[in-house]
Design a protein around this ligand. Structure first.
Ligand code: NAP
Length: 306
């Protein structure tokens, strides 16, 4: 595949940035990749495992002469990182981010970028519950969506180039408005994570059960909640603090639906429950048909337990 950027800088070297690095190497789309993480231990790990062509000891050094700069830190840290790199960006460079929330990130980052630098916010809809520099892998973005959220008046050439870049990394790309993005993600990702955190919290309150049956018999649904609830606490704290309105809107609707189902159970309304679950099953079918998950039992997990 042809090179798309001469130099790419990754700021933050966790799951998403490390996956981008391995996917870039696979696709051959970047001439040189520099990286920076705030902690010495992450930088040491990156050097040890060959993550990035150059690991720099400052963000300013990493972004020097870069054609594409990717902000891959928690949403709440984006503004401070942008302030740090702003004065060191090359004229004509594109800055993008991978944050799970868009409106707040745009407001936090935009003011720190100098004239002549293109800001094209993005969000790859791909991840796992693991984090850190050793958790990335080249295929993370394959057949997943990456949403780009360019501001009005963005340079079309910069948007087109970033689109080609994400396609080369394996993604499908779509363009979306920031507020719409935040609402869609509140439904598909943010509220479900909060519900998983809550369910695991509820089980934790039942200490007696947690000590025995909850763990022993966790195959039935609960185990999938625990996987989601194992996601990085900093990342998810920042998601909720920065996508407050959309998340609260969806949680309000969720609570109403929960009461409807609760009432159906209390009233013994089996038809209502059956109809409801038939509709939700069709949604699952749609996700599988769209190639966004596997129909294999147990999500295609390889069995390790007896
Ligand atoms: P991660 O594996 O936890 O890595 C985060 C990186 O950011 C680390 O290199 C960390 O540096 C750095 N960092 C943390 N706090 C910082 C701060 N206050 N200032 C500067 N750097 C800081 O995270 P990730 O999963 O790659 O997530 C990165 C971004 O991608 C987040 O904005 C997240 O919302 C978004 N995202 C995540 C997923 C997912 O499923 N994980 C999916 C799509 C998008 P140290 O290692 O030195 O601490």
């Amino acid at each position: 595949m042809a090179q798309i950027y001469d130099k790419v800088a990754l700021i933050g070297l966790g799951l998403i940035a490390s996956s981008m690095f391995w996917a870039m190497k696979r696709a051959g789309v970047a001439g040189h990749v520099s990286g920076y993480a705030r902690s010495q231990s992450t930088r040491d790990t990156a050097r040890r495992i060959g993550l990035c062509d150059t690991v720099c000891d400052s963000a300013a050094e990493a972004v020097k002469d870069a054609d594409l700069v990717v902000l891959a830190v928690p949403v709440g840290a984006m503004g401070a990182v942008a302030a740090e790199i702003g004065p060191h960006l090359k004229r004509g460079a594109t800055v993008t981010d991978v944050g799970s929330v868009k409106r707040q990130v745009i407001e936090a980052v935009g003011p720190h970028l100098p004239e002549g630098v293109h800001f094209v916010p993005g969000h790859p809809l791909a991840g796992t519950e693991h984090s850190g520099p050793e958790s990335g892998f080249a295929t993370l973005f394959d057949n997943r969506w990456c949403l780009l959220v360019p501001a009005e008046g963005s340079d079309p050439e910069a948007v087109d180039r970033l689109t080609r870049y994400w396609r080369a990394l394996g993604s499908n790309v779509d363009i979306m408005d920031a507020d719409h993005h935040d609402l869609v993600l509140a439904v598909t990702s943010h509220a479900p994570h909060l519900i998983a955190y809550t369910m695991v919290g509820v089980a934790d309150h039942l200490r007696r059960v947690t000590d025995s049956e909850v763990i022993k018999f966790s195959a039935a649904g609960f185990r999938d909640f625990t996987r989601i609830a194992a996601s990085d606490p900093t990342m998810w704290r920042d998601v909720f603090l920065n996508n407050k309105d959309a998340t609260l809107d969806i949680l309000g609707r969720f609570t109403e639906e929960l009461f409807v189902l609760q009432r159906a159970i209390r009233m013994g309304d089996g038809d209502m429950l059956h109809d409801y679950f038939t509709r939700t099953r069709a949604i699952r079918r749609g996700i599988i048909d769209a190639g966004q998950d596997t129909a294999a039992p147990d999500f295609g997990r390889t069995k390790v337990e007896k």
